[in-house]
Ligand binder design. Structure first.
Ligand code: AMP
Ligand code: ZN
Length: 111
């Protein structure tokens, strides 16, 4: 199965790495929507937030630990975490990912 983010995890497609461990990979978004915009993804292929189950949810908790750790290391206290699920919600890559956006005022509701 070809998946853009699986290819980034296995190094076939280059990325600007922010963080990596055995479960999670984080890298800067190629089309940043804020002064700081990186993505945190499980290395395991999970298609979206709609495919999280009791069997795979531990890695989701770990993604949030990584988000807390990396933002702290970058000196970021205020940030937004977004996961688009499905085409109508704007998901363009079908591999679960958490956008971390920071460095500018954020509006609510999101568009
Ligand atoms: P989404 O549209 O919510 O599925 O988010 C996918 C994100 O992946 C978008 O913000 C894209 O800019 C980003 N993206 C696509 N290709 C790459 C790439 N090769 N490296 C880094 N980010 C990418
Ligand atoms: Zn994948």
């Amino acid at each position: 199965m070809s998946c853009l983010f699986c290819s980034i995890v296995n190094g076939d497609i280059p990325s600007n790495k922010v963080y990596e461990d055995e479960l999670v990979y984080a890298f800067y978004d190629i089309d940043p929507q804020a002064p700081v915009h990186f993505l945190v993804i499980p290395k395991e292929h999970i298609p979206s937030a709609g495919a999280v189950t009791p069997e795979n949810s531990a890695v989701v908790a770990h993604c949030f630990e990584v988000i807390a750790q990396v933002t702290k290391e970058l000196g970021i206290t205020d940030f937004r975490v977004v996961s688009n699920c499905g085409l109508q919600a704007g998901q363009s890559v079908p591999h679960l990912h958490f956008h971390v956006l920071a460095g500018r005022d954020m509006t609510w509701p999101p568009g």
